[in-house]
Design a protein around this ligand. Structure first.
Ligand code: SAM
Length: 482
């Protein structure tokens, strides 16, 4: 095994190229080694304990062997275990969020993104605080409670002060019964000092996609601008954690490089965070390149099929059982339906990927970052989730109750989810149904909530949750949480 140090703070050590290449070779050599594969699958399975369930997860090497295996029977087993893990730790809840684009000014030269500075065709826009308010009202009127804010990297147009001001504005808006209760942030890699400021502003997760872990490709795909610095970008999560943010979200933009390389890098990154900070990533996103203004996805030769995409997602579920997996509206309804069975725990809904898009009647919009495949309304998404056996959750309780980082993980591990996240999901779904849903969605939803309330194991919690649900239905009292 290549000598590398996952605890090192240097990008090229914890994402060690030699170790990834050896891992890929090992995975290829063992992809038909059924004895080894069965032992890896056994290790990945949830194990019952006195308090609930635990999962050991998998190393990047073990998970890479599963990803390399092409045997249909084994792939089916991977899918089954992915679903078991999802149900054991997250239940049938799916958390819902929407992106909010603040500004598409950008000084970087990312070759896959239409916001690259050389693109003179795309309209540039940065929301004023009044416009932020209008977008937030539009999002609240749909029923959203959780946002991920997005911005290009531009120290002059989008300095940290601007981002902080927007966060403050977002949290300050309460339209009718609406509120944004969790703002996740997807902005470029920054300093420890700025991460501290984001933490103080009350953000949820800090999200930063690695795009690719392959350094040589990374440098070519980010030829100019501050994002060109691979080490600074790759070490961002360590700085975020040093700044006090303990929920961080990783991601790879699939299609840029060979997926097996990316997968090993992604799991190594998770191992590094766990080894150094005692807590792995809160979420992992799995975006694929989409068509956009001057971007043709066919220009990238590493695109992956829907089948491979499903396998990657399921293997992530087995490798990092306590990490949420996010699938955005870049994917179609069909792909999302399939992936929801394989371990996905969060979806975006009714997204606009343009600056000011929520106050526009129609998309596309001339500032859009990429095409959205799933263009359904939030109400359609909520109904679809329920009709497919999921509970749409607008819960934002964890970080507001201080359950971040390892405290969230121990909630999962102690099997307390059914007494905590489950009632929170049902209460926030009730809020959605009462305030925003159409009559058919309401009907399906209230029936579901009734059944699901009875599944709460702790009698005291069950009684309180039922009372809260009734209160929400009868009054304007909102924001109950365990
Ligand atoms: N400027 C920040 C940064 O550098 O991380 C914010 C990121 S951007 C608003 C959000 C993500 O969109 C990027 O990290 C990238 O992975 C993804 N993205 C960019 N172009 C895309 C495309 N054509 N199709 C799909 N996703 C894309």
């Amino acid at each position: 095994m290549a000598v590398y140090d996952k605890k090192s703070m240097h990008a090229e050590e914890f994402i060690n190229d030699e170790e990834i290449l050896e891992t890929l070779k090992y995975a290829e050599e063992n992809k038909n080694n059924i004895e080894l594969i069965n032992s890896i699958l056994e290790k990945a399975r949830p194990q019952k304990t006195a308090h609930g369930c635990v999962c050991k997860g998998l190393t990047h090497r073990e998970a890479s062997v599963l990803l390399a295996c092409e045997d249909k029977g084994v792939i089916e087993k991977i899918y089954q275990i992915a679903e078991e893990i999802k149900l054991a730790f997250y239940g049938n809840r799916i958390v819902i969020f929407a992106p909010l684009y603040l500004s598409n000014y950008c000084v970087n030269g990312c070759v896959y993104c239409p916001y690259h500075y050389k693109n003179k065709r795309i309209a540039r826009k940065k929301l004023t605080q009044e416009e932020v308010k209008a977008e937030v009202i539009a999002l609240q009127d749909m029923g959203h409670k959780r946002l991920a804010i997005e911005a290009g990297e531009d120290p002059v147009n989008n300095p940290i002060e601007y981002i902080l001001e927007c966060i403050k504005t977002i949290y300050s808006v309460n339209h009718k019964n609406g509120a944004i209760r969790r703002v996740n942030v997807n902005i470029a890699a920054t300093t420890v000092e700025n991460y501290k400021k984001l933490k103080d502003a009350g953000i949820g997760t800090y999200i930063l996609f690695q795009e690719t872990y392959h350094k040589k490709s990374y440098l070519e795909l980010h030829p100019t601008g501050p994002k060109h610095d691979y080490d600074y970008h790759t070490e961002a999560m360590d700085r975020a954690m040093q700044g006090g943010i303990d929920d961080v979200g990783l991601g790879v933009l699939f299609g840029l490089e060979m997926y097996k390389y990316e997968f090993a890098g992604l799991i190594m990154h998770a191992e590094h965070l766990e080894a150094v900070h005692g807590v792995g990533p809160h979420t992992i996103s799995v975006p694929r390149i989409k068509h956009a203004d001057d971007i043709d996805p066919n220009a990238f030769d590493n695109s992956i099929s829907d089948e491979i995409f499903a396998k990657i997602t399921a293997c992530i579920r087995l490798a990092v059982p306590y990490t949420g997996i996010i699938i955005s509206t870049r994917e179609s309804q069909d792909v999302r339906s399939k992936l929801l069975r394989l371990g996905v725990s969060q979806v975006s809904g009714a997204s606009r990927t343009s600056v000011g898009g929520y106050t526009e009647e129609e998309r596309p919009h001339d500032t859009e970052q990429f095409d959205v495949s799933d263009q359904r309304t939030l109400d359609e998404i909520v109904r679809w989730l329920m009709e497919n056996g999921h509970i749409p959750s607008f819960c934002t309780a964890c970080y507001r109750e201080g359950r971040t980082g390892d405290r969230f993980m121990s909630l999962c591990k102690n099997g307390q989810i059914l007494n905590c996240c489950h009632p929170n999901a049902l209460m926030t779904l009730t809020e959605y149904l009462v305030d925003y849903a159409d009559s058919e969605t309401k009907k399906i939803g209230f029936e579901l909530i009734e059944k699901e309330l009875d599944k709460i194991p702790n009698e005291k919690v069950k009684t309180i949750a039922k009372q809260n649900v009734e209160d929400i239905k009868k009054s304007n009292r909102r924001d109950f949480r365990f």
